[in-house]
Design a protein around this ligand. Structure first.
Ligand SMILES: NC(=O)c1ccc[n+]([C@@H]2O[C@H](COP(=O)([O-])OP(=O)(O)OC[C@H]3O[C@@H](n4cnc5c(N)ncnc54)[C@H](O)[C@@H]3O)[C@@H](O)[C@H]2O)c1
Length: 377
């Protein structure tokens, strides 16, 4: 049975007080009156105490153990470097906490699936940091697809790309500098690919079943944050794959850290039997999202205004995408924890399917062939 929180605020503990926690997660929790931030932990203790002061969090810790051990915490939010997610999420689930985790939960989809199963056994909700699923424009696009605007979906095109790391002197993080640099490491496909793959599954109402793809390292040497030096980093900083959905639809996804353009750099296109929708999440001229649509009878794409109810209180397309989208993500998770009639969405099960897709595209690249999903256990 689901552990529901009723008649009181949901109590939250956050692991990691780095950039993303401060720009997105903490403002999101601070904005939802149905929850309260109780504790924060960071292995660099000053970061935890600084964030605690800024967001008025009563308890700051230097380790995750102390935070997870608190009996009064309902939700653990894992916002630490990617390699630590799985161990921290499992520790929190074992302790009976609902878990929000940044992507990826684990690099291998089988581990993500294991975490999802543990959550189910313990009656706990999970949510992944699929930030862009919660953009008001993307949510409205999903609503229009469900209402039949595009008819039967035929083709999905997805992008997450920007020029965050086009300059080799921008310190690279979330990549293993100790890995064998003679082998290309999955990087953009996972870091940038996961959210747009998730949107592809969501919009098409179906998942990729066959894929073929390629990955490329364009910038051979970069400064790495962990070492502070310029070094060979054989990471995928650009990739493309095509695939077939179980429904019979087809799709393509392209991601890159080194393609000129602004943050966050997502575009999702769905073309169907009656119409087409294109949502862009690219901060331009102070606006972070736009939605356009066309129909068979009116083929010129026109702007579609997103209904106000899709924005969090006080939010608009002129707000920073980081806090705007995360406010909706947090709100969705708090609703799921306080109301057992609401189905979970964007949870570890969805994350396991996305991870399996990442693992399949990687296999396709390494073996130079089409790969079928499921990959097997
Ligand atoms: N969903 C998105 O759109 C999005 C955007 C940016 C970052 N992210 C993800 O968010 C995560 C955090 O990114 P970031 O940019 O804030 O990184 P960061 O390095 O700035 O911050 C991570 C923090 O975690 C702390 N930490 C490390 N191990 C810890 C542990 N065991 N317990 C507690 N704290 C620990 C570090 O000291 C650091 O302060 C990453 O996985 C990243 O990929 C997601």
């Amino acid at each position: 049975m689901l552990k529901v929180v009723r008649n009181r605020k949901v109590r939250v503990g956050v692991l990691g007080a780095g950039a993303w926690a401060r720009f997105a997660h903490l403002p999101g929790f601070a904005r939802d009156p149905r929850c309260e931030l109780v504790a924060i932990a960071d292995v660099v203790p000053e970061r935890a105490t600084e964030a605690a002061a800024e967001f008025r969090i009563p308890h700051a810790y230097a380790s995750h153990e102390e935070l997870i051990a608190r009996a009064d915490i309902d939700v653990v939010d894992v916002c630490t470097p990617s390699a630590t997610h799985f161990a921290l999420a499992m520790a929190a689930l074992e302790a009976g906490k609902h878990v929000l985790c940044e992507k990826p939960v684990a690099y291998d989809f089988r581990e993500t699936r294991r975490a999802a199963a543990l959550a189910r056994e313990n009656g706990l909700r999970t949510k992944l940091g699929f930030t862009f699923r919660y953009s008001p424009a993307m949510q409205y696009m999903k609503r229009l697809i469900d209402d039949g605007f595009v008819g039967t979906p035929f083709i999905f095109n997805g992008y997450e790309q920007n020029s965050q790391w086009i300059d080799p002197s921008t310190p690279l993080r979330q990549a293993d500098h100790t890995a064998d640099q003679s082998v290309l490491q999955v990087s953009s496909l996972e870091g940038y690919g996961a959210p747009i793959m998730d949107l592809g599954h969501l919009f098409m109402g179906s998942r990729f079943q066959q894929v073929v793809g390629t990955m490329k390292n364009f910038i051979p040497e970069r400064v790495v944050r962990a070492t502070g030096t310029m070094m060979r980093m054989n990471i995928d900083d650009g990739d493309i794959f095509i695939g077939e959905f179980a429904s019979g639809a087809i799709g393509s996804i392209q991601t890159s850290f080194v393609t000129v353009g602004n943050y966050p750099g997502l575009e999702a296109r769905v073309y169907g039997s009656k119409g087409a929708l294109i949502c862009r999440l690219v901060e331009e001229n102070g606006i972070c999202e736009s939605l356009k649509g066309a129909t068979k009878d009116q083929v010129e794409f026109r702007d579609i205004e997103v209904t106000a109810s899709y924005y969090p209180p006080g939010g608009s397309s002129r707000e920073s995408w980081r806090s705007l989208f995360y406010a909706n993500l947090v709100s969705s998770f708090i609703t799921e924890i306080t109301d057992d009639s609401v189905p979970g969405a964007g949870d570890f099960d969805d994350g396991a399917h996305v991870q399996e897709l990442i693992n399949a595209v990687e296999r396709s690249f390494r073996e130079r062939r089409w790969v079928s999903i499921p990959l097997g256990t």
